[in-house]
Write a protein that binds this ligand. Structure first.
Ligand code: NAP
Length: 242
């Protein structure tokens, strides 16, 4: 029976696991193991890092994996780089499943930046910032004098939380009404977000458009060169089924 490793941690990875299991493929999903209470895919699950490309290559050989789908978050660049290297070394075929990025629409006012540091540089002392770039990004923004941040993350950031930062813990999906209420309640005027794409967390972009909040959009890192990339679960399932 064909055995497929899905590098996961995303809604697309869970959908792919369900689709392949339904098609009779033996799937093992891998999670980084950093989120408490992760949403689990159907089928076999393993958790924790492999130990870089070397560790993943050894794991692929030991487990007799026939194909790997890298369905990690578009910003999980280290895992994607390890997967590309391990696949090349072992000859195990690799596909990247990566949801499309968000696109600016009429009425939007986005500034695209290459990384978090550049995003922080664009903030001013009176900005009230909706920060959705992940709990580990807080130190990058701690040095912006005078700005105030509402930082939303799934799990709490490592203490100490920098001054001028209020943390709210929650996990999507979010609604436009809910995001508008947050913007009003905290008088937010800037949204800093990564271009994660997908529908689960897109409501903040609609709310920003409707309330005139300017958006600083951190671009995705490029996928590893030479690896085939698809955007949808059905295409990934067809490839993985073999
Ligand atoms: P990362 O920086 O690329 O990964 C750091 C290390 O964590 C990797 O080198 C690997 O350790 C381990 N790792 C990451 N994903 C793994 C997986 N699916 N299975 C086993 N080990 C994994 O990634 P990250 O940004 O920390 O993201 C971690 C996980 O959270 C990813 O699986 C991703 O899909 C999910 N996620 C990330 C974001 C985000 O904004 N970055 C958002 C939502 C969900 P070893 O080198 O030891 O193998």
């Amino acid at each position: 029976m064909r055995r497929v490793l899905i590098l996961g941690g995303t809604a697309e990875a869970r959908a792919l696991a369900a689709e392949l299991a339904g098609r009779g493929v033996r799937v093992v999903s891998s999670l980084a193991g950093r989120v408490t209470n992760p949403r689990l895919p159907v089928g076999e699950v393993r958790e924790g890092g492999f130990g870089g490309a070397d560790g993943l290559a050894a794991w692929l050989r030991a487990e007799g994996v026939d194909a790997v789908v890298d369905a990690t978050h578009p910003f999980a660049a280290r895992m994607s780089a390890s997967a590309a290297e391990a696949a090349e070394r072992t000859g195990v075929p690799l596909l990247i499943l990566r949801r499309p990025g968000w696109r600016e629409e009429p009425g939007d006012s986005w500034r695209r930046v290459p990384d978090l540091v550049r995003a922080a540089e664009l903030l001013g002392p009176h900005d009230r910032v909706f920060l959705t770039t992940g709990r580990r990004s807080l130190p990058v923004f701690a040095g912006v004098p005078g700005a105030w941040f509402l930082a939303r993350s799934v799990d709490p950031p490592e203490p100490p939380v920098p001054a001028g930062v209020q943390v709210i813990l929650s996990r999507g999906p979010y609604t436009v009404e809910g995001e508008l209420a947050l913007i009003r309640e905290h008088r937010l005027d800037v949204l800093v977000t990564k271009d994660s794409g997908g529908s689960m967390t897109a409501a903040k972009l609609v709310a920003a458009r409707r309330s005139g909040v300017r958006v600083i959009m951190v671009d995705r890192p490029a996928p590893p060169p030479g690896v085939r990339c698809v955007e949808g679960v059905p295409a990934a399932a067809d490839w993985a089924q073999g």
